[in-house]
Design a protein around this ligand. Structure first.
Ligand SMILES: Cc1cc2nc3c(=O)[nH]c(=O)nc-3n(C[C@H](O)[C@H](O)[C@H](O)COP(=O)(O)OP(=O)(O)OC[C@H]3O[C@@H](n4cnc5c(N)ncnc54)[C@H](O)[C@@H]3O)c2cc1C
Length: 469
């Protein structure tokens, strides 16, 4: 346990998933943890302005699930009690990769399927069990408080200024560590520049992605994953249909959530934004590489509106490269790196980063009596964590000629192409399918994709013409 006398207050900007996870791990290191959240949370799982992405399908990768279960041992039980479903990714999901559906087999690759709204709500319920964590809702952080030591030149973050919508007033809140987890719209880069820091370097890759998602209620009674008909065939099943460059820029997904609902999403790359009216949406499900999603949902009843979302692409701030960076201030989650949602990595990366925050603080404590130097060490670790998910996310972006941004180097492009080849042989190779999913779910290193059996299989399938997509 950290010396709580030396480290009294941690302040977290943004109470989304990354911020709540920060609160969870910092509760073991600080006497008091304050989460500053600009929204008022809904009393039940539901939409809110600060997380517009939450209306869309969120797949919880298996690595993320494992970390969540470690941090909150009851969470799976609670989510399932509220209607979340357990999905086996290699047995229950039809995954169309361009050359066919990935081979299906039983495995321990299971995750929890629910809305991001329910997941965040349950994490918040779990956080409420930590008496030293307080959430200030309806309160927006408006800037950082930085103190500069004239003699040493050292600058230290001492807290944040906030605006409370409840009291219509501004105040300063001081603390020993400030964490920014305010998501894609984070103002940190701007605030630092205003305070006299250099403009942080950033990498942007824009493939002009648009999402449309509707929530459907099947017209039949049995709506759970695993329910079968008289012929032992699934009554309804999750389906993911990938894009097929350069001819088909649409990806589709049908995925179960709580409340007997299923989310159906269409993602279009290269400014091919899917529509948000029911007829138009259904027509677009016909544009996918297979008609299986259309055939599943054509008779379903819509539950609520069709939600649209247009991302500004993948964006990464390189705070670790800044010449000077405030002591006692760190940032992670979408605030630092927001990925192309294609591979569903954001929540899991936030989970890995929260665990890293805990471990880095513990290690720092062994050698130091204060937080001096901690923030720069942490930002370097965050940059390392982001490397792989960034490469995976942008590998999809750069398969489209309309994508704007700096292309990765030749070696990286080769790895990205090779990984795609592995994906294309997954309909015919169990080892390729298992390895690909383990890498995608951040359980194992991409090096396993270079297993000799997979290499041989790629050669065989290429000779048969099965990898030509
Ligand atoms: C369309 C789409 C689909 C996605 N699909 C997946 C998926 O399938 N799987 C997956 O793992 N990830 C997915 N993601 C990413 C995922 O949503 C995020 O990575 C994840 O929610 C973690 O985000 P975060 O907590 O860093 O930021 P956010 O969720 O954006 O939370 C930021 C919080 O900060 C608050 N805030 C902002 N500014 C201030 C301020 N000044 N003061 C106080 N509070 C503030 C906001 O209200 C919000 O609560 C998807 C993203 C998008 C856009």
């Amino acid at each position: 346990m950290y010396n709580k006398l030396e480290h009294n207050v941690a302040i977290i900007i943004g109470g989304g998933i990354a911020g709540l996870l920060a609160a969870r791990v910092l509760s073991g290191h600080f006497k008091q943890v304050l989460v500053i959240e600009k929204d008022k949370y809904p009393s039940q799982a539901g939409p809110r302005n600060g997380t517009p992405q939450a209306n869309h399908v969120h797949i919880l990768l298996i690595k993320g699930k494992e970390i969540l279960l470690n941090l909150f041992p009851n969470i799976e039980q609670e989510l399932v009690a509220k209607g979340a479903q357990i999905v086996n990714l290699t047995k229950d999901v039809d995954y169309y990769v361009g050359t066919g559906y990935s081979i299906k087999f039983d495995s321990n690759l299971t995750t929890i399927a629910c809305t991001r709204q329910l997941l965040e709500h349950e994490i918040r319920n779990e956080i409420s069990k930590f008496p030293n964590v307080n959430i200030h809702e309806n309160t927006r952080a408006t800037g950082l408080i930085i103190a500069r030591d004239k003699d040493t030149g050292l600058s230290t973050c001492k807290g944040v200024t906030v605006y409370s919508a409840d009291t219509n007033s501004e105040e300063a809140i001081t603390g020993d560590l400030v964490v920014d987890t305010s998501g894609r719209e984070s103002k940190i880069a701007e605030w630092l520049e205003q305070l006299g820091y250099d403009e942080p370097k950033k990498t942007v890759v824009n493939s002009y992605i648009g999402y449309s998602t509707c929530w459907f209620k099947p017209t039949f009674e049995q709506t759970a994953v695993g329910d079968v008909d008289d012929d032992n065939k699934p009554i309804i099943k999750p389906i993911i249909v990938l894009t097929n460059p350069p001819s088909n820029p649409y990806m589709g997904i049908i995925y179960p959530v709580e409340g007997s609902l299923w989310l159906v999403g269409i993602l279009g790359i290269g400014k091919n934004y899917p529509p948000t009216d029911k007829q138009g949406f259904l027509e677009y499900t016909k544009k996918l590489e297979t008609l299986d999603i259309y055939n599943t949902v054509e008779d379903f009843e819509l539950s609520g509106p069709i939600y649209g979302y247009r991302t500004t692409g993948s964006r990464q701030y390189h705070y670790e490269r800044m010449k000077s960076w405030p002591e006692n201030f760190i940032a992670y989650g979408d605030s630092v790196s927001s990925f192309n949602p294609f591979y569903g990595q954001g929540i899991t990366v936030a989970c890995i980063e929260a665990v890293t925050l805990d471990k880095t603080l513990r290690a720092h404590k062994k050698r130091n009596r204060n937080l001096l130097g901690f923030s720069t060490i942490f930002q370097k670790k965050i940059s390392k964590i982001n490397t792989l998910p960034w490469l995976l996310g942008t590998s999809e972006d750069f398969r489209w000629p309309s994508t704007e941004g700096i292309k990765p180097d030749i070696f990286t492009r080769y790895i990205q192409k090779y990984s795609h080849r592995v994906l294309l042989i997954t309909p015919n190779s169990k080892i390729a399918a298992k390895s690909f999913f383990e890498v995608m779910h951040m359980l194992r290193s991409p090096l396993i994709l270079f297993h000799p059996f997979i290499l041989i299989r790629i050669v065989i399938e290429t000779l048969k013409g099965h990898t030509s997509k």
